[in-house]
Design a protein around this ligand. Structure first.
Ligand code: NAP
Length: 310
């Protein structure tokens, strides 16, 4: 039997994914017809990214599951027309990319690299940076990405704390959870990394009150999602010196509008949502594996819990 698979993303994604997805489907031994366009009533599965045009899933009358190419599923998780299983992307490339982006920017702050990169000729301050053991890093979100980043930073010698919704035990990371845990985690954040999903509960996690809990002169990295931060509160904290510098990869509106104060603030670095990109080969393998599992009736990998929103 042939499985009809609709690729519902941008034309650019289709060009990048068509060959690796087809190869991955062939490798798991399933006969598939993969297309970027199908009559809706013939579609068995959808490979999805928010860049595509699919909004109303009710027209897909025989749909069995939706496989998201993105790790963050906030643009689809609340879609009331979707009533089949939804999986999200957990991918080696995504994880490794995030570890590299986070450790790179943590080391930039830790080593004070900007001072030397921007130094004027003749500036000669021989003060060496402290060792990593005296720079505390806190990661909000201890999922696939937050845990991998925390363990990489622990391996570099940083004292790492993390915060999650449920209680956790992760080697090398001091774990906190719940409201009280957030305060404890923030107090330990010389460098704060936001790796929470965007849900109604996580929006504005970093606000006037929580920013005030950070050690004075803390650094903030946000590779999670824009709505995790109350932007006005962060700008005020930057102006007051409560936050020394922020590097932001994600924003409420993307691309970040040209007139946004983040572009022009001397203590903000903007990166254009490039912290971690899904890699087509490894991502295609996960989609194919989930297709195989679905066809055998086995539980899917990385199933989204629609009620908790991630
Ligand atoms: P994940 O595995 O689902 O982990 C999410 C973590 O956040 C979990 O530890 C979860 O707690 C915690 N969490 C969720 N709601 C919470 C709450 N209300 N209070 C406290 N903790 C809460 O997600 P992931 O794969 O690590 O990805 C994290 C996010 O990174 C994605 O959602 C996406 O937004 C972002 N991302 C960005 C890029 C980029 O290029 N910038 C790339 C990929 C992903 P529990 O462990 O208790 O469930």
């Amino acid at each position: 039997m042939t499985l009809n698979i609709l690729f519902a993303s941008s034309p650019e994604d289709w060009a990048a994914y068509e060959t690796p997805l087809q190869a991955a489907f062939d490798k798991v031994g399933l006969t598939t017809d993969l297309r970027a366009d199908f009559p809706p009533d013939q579609v068995d599965y959808i490979v999805y990214a928010p860049d595509g045009t699919v909004q109303d899933f009710t027209v897909f009358t025989r749909l069995k599951a939706v496989f998201s190419l993105w790790a963050g599923v906030e643009k689809i998780v609340g879609n009331q027309t979707l009533n089949v299983p939804l999986t999200r992307m957990v991918d080696f490339g995504l994880r490794q990319g995030m570890v590299e982006w986070v450790t790179g920017h943590v080391l930039r702050y830790h080593l004070g690299m900007d001072a030397h990169i921007n130094a004027n000729p003749g500036e000669w301050d021989p003060a060496a940076p402290p060792l990593s053991r005296s720079r505390r890093v806190t990661i909000l979100g201890l999922g696939e990405l937050g845990t991998a980043c925390g363990q990489a930073l622990d391996a570099l010698g940083f004292p790492v704390s993390g915060w999650s919704r449920t209680a956790k035990s992760v080697p090398g990371i001091t774990c906190f959870h719940g409201d009280e845990g957030l305060t404890q985690a923030l107090e330990l954040a010389d460098i704060l990394v936001l790796l929470l999903p965007n849900t109604p509960q996580t929006q504005n996690t970093l606000n006037t009150d929580t920013l005030a809990v950070l050690p004075q002169g803390a650094f903030v990295l946000n590779p999670g999602r824009g709505p995790l931060i109350d932007d006005d509160a962060l700008l005020a904290a930057l102006d007051a010196g409560q936050v020394a510098h922020a590097t932001l990869d994600v924003f409420r509106t993307e691309p970040l509008p040209l007139d946004h104060p983040y572009w022009h603030h001397p203590n903000v670095t903007v990166t254009p949502h490039i912290a971690a990109a899904t890699r087509t080969d490894s991502a295609s393998k996960l989609v194919a594996e989930n297709l195989r599992l679905s066809e055998t009736g086995a539980p899917l990998l990385h199933l989204v819990d629609r009620s908790r929103g991630y």
